[in-house]
Design a protein around this ligand. Structure first.
Ligand SMILES: *[C@@H]1O[C@H](CO)[C@@H](O)[C@H](O)[C@H]1NC(C)=O
Ligand SMILES: *[C@@H]1O[C@H](CO)[C@@H](O)[C@H](O)[C@H]1NC(C)=O
Ligand SMILES: *[C@@H]1O[C@H](CO)[C@@H](O)[C@H](O)[C@H]1NC(C)=O
Length: 383
């Protein structure tokens, strides 16, 4: 009797405790079910940029810039060789880097309707063919996502990740495990500043220096906004040797080993300032690391010493038509296509082949500081 009385309150406590535990466990298992099969440990890529890394966003836009037509994607295994919207024959640099970092899925295009729910935890791709740092860039294509809009879209994803993971885990996931890559700027030159007077490049009145300053100040704002949304590990690509692409060689009727000077000169001017901007941001924004990817020198090395890397040409587009470098008509169903796609540095008049992308991605991942600084992407991931 006495004993039972003494036990009673304790038994009651225990029952309450067990009940609480059951409630907790079932709540926890619902949460765990939501994220079942999602491996967060390998991190994710959030990819911003232009057609060099677009994984299909332009498929969903009414635009003149699109790549979801054959034979684009012919070597993309995940789609069985069907076009996906990637502007190359296989994987983009963004795809390959994610794969090499051990990420289980390619970052999915933001505009695809099934890029929702836990799929976004594997990373999201906001890149858009024709897009630039400046809003007016790429207007010639009617539609494209410029960098301001890409950051707006990440702001939407950011809130969804909070819902999926809870705010503190979301912050940690984005800040520690995720890598933010930005590959943009070439269109600001090719499809804005350097468009002939007849087209909409009203900036013909601006000096190259003023135009580049404008690009840098917009990019500073865009990269800072990503930081405000808890991005911490960045890699920003500089602008490649856009005077050496088959398109330029063709319209300027250059010899195989010649490049157009002005676009390369502007790219180099911009690149110097970009490098300074990334150092400045790393210093000013606590906990941030902005890595500079020297795509210009990397691509130049491939173009100059193409035979050393197993290519037979760095001037001819594999897929395209027109002129001596097949560089006028974009790649499409009626284009001619080379026999050996891995022997060409360029897939089409503008974009590297998958074979070139593989070499570039390897250097970004494990290469020396002359190509990726102050650290390579493997070191950035392991920070
Ligand atoms: C979304 O749909 C595409 C096309 O059907 C498919 O290839 C892709 O794997 C899907 N993505 C996800 C995250 O389910
Ligand atoms: C560019 O467009 C975005 C989205 O429409 C807008 O928020 C931003 O203010 C614009 N930037 C400039 C400099 O006009
Ligand atoms: C993100 O969106 C919210 C509104 O939902 C806005 O208040 C905030 O300024 C945005 N952040 C950035 C960095 O654009």
């Amino acid at each position: 009797m006495d004993k039972a009385k003494r036990n009673h309150p304790y038994a009651c406590c225990r029952a309450l405790f067990l009940g609480f535990l059951v409630v907790c466990l079932s709540y926890w298992s619902v949460k765990a079910d939501d994220l079942a099969g999602v491996d967060l440990s390998k991190g994710a890529s959030f990819i911003f940029g232009d057609s060099l890394v677009d994984a299909g966003n332009n498929n969903y836009l009414p635009t003149l810039s699109r790549a979801n037509i054959r034979p684009n994607g012919i070597d993309f295994k995940a789609s069985g060789g069907n076009p996906t919207g990637r502007y190359t024959n296989g994987r983009t640099i963004g795809d390959i880097v994610g794969e090499m970092l051990g990420q289980p899925n390619f970052a999915a295009p933001f505009l695809a309707s099934n890029t929702t729910g836990k799929a976004i935890l594997y990373g999201v791709n906001y890149a858009s063919g024709g897009g630039g740092i400046l809003n007016g860039t790429g207007r010639i294509f009617v539609n494209r996502l410029s960098m301001d809009i890409q950051v707006d879209y990440f702001n939407i994803t950011r809130k969804q990740i909070d819902k999926l993971l809870g705010s503190s885990r979301a912050k940690e996931y984005l800040g520690k495990t995720s890598i933010f890559s930005i590959t943009i700027g070439a269109n600001d030159f090719l499809n804005n500043y350097m468009l002939p007077v007849l087209s909409i490049g009203a900036r013909i009145t601006e000096t190259p220096e003023a135009f580049i300053n404008d690009m840098i100040s917009h990019l500073r704002n865009q990269l800072t906004r990503l930081y405000q949304l808890d991005a911490r590990k960045f890699v920003v690509a500089n602008v490649g040797p856009i005077g050496c692409i088959p398109y330029q060689k063709t319209i300027n009727q250059l010899n195989q080993d010649e490049c157009v000077e002005l676009p390369n000169k502007m790219a180099k001017q911009y690149n110097i300032q970009l490098k300074g901007l990334l150092t400045e941001l790393t210093q000013n924004l606590p906990g941030s690391t902005y890595v500079y990817a020297n795509v210009y020198d990397l691509v130049m090395e491939l173009i100059t010493n193409y035979d050393k890397y197993g290519f037979t040409t760095a001037s001819q587009a594999c897929c395209g038509n027109g002129g001596q470098s097949a560089g006028i008509i974009p790649c499409g169903p009626t284009s001619s296509m080379c026999d050996d796609r891995s022997s060409h540095v360029f897939w089409d008049p503008y974009h590297p082949s998958e074979a070139a992308n593989l070499l570039l991605a390897k250097q970004l991942l494990d290469g020396p500081t002359k190509y990726i600084s102050p650290m390579n992407l493997r070191q950035l991931r392991d920070l």
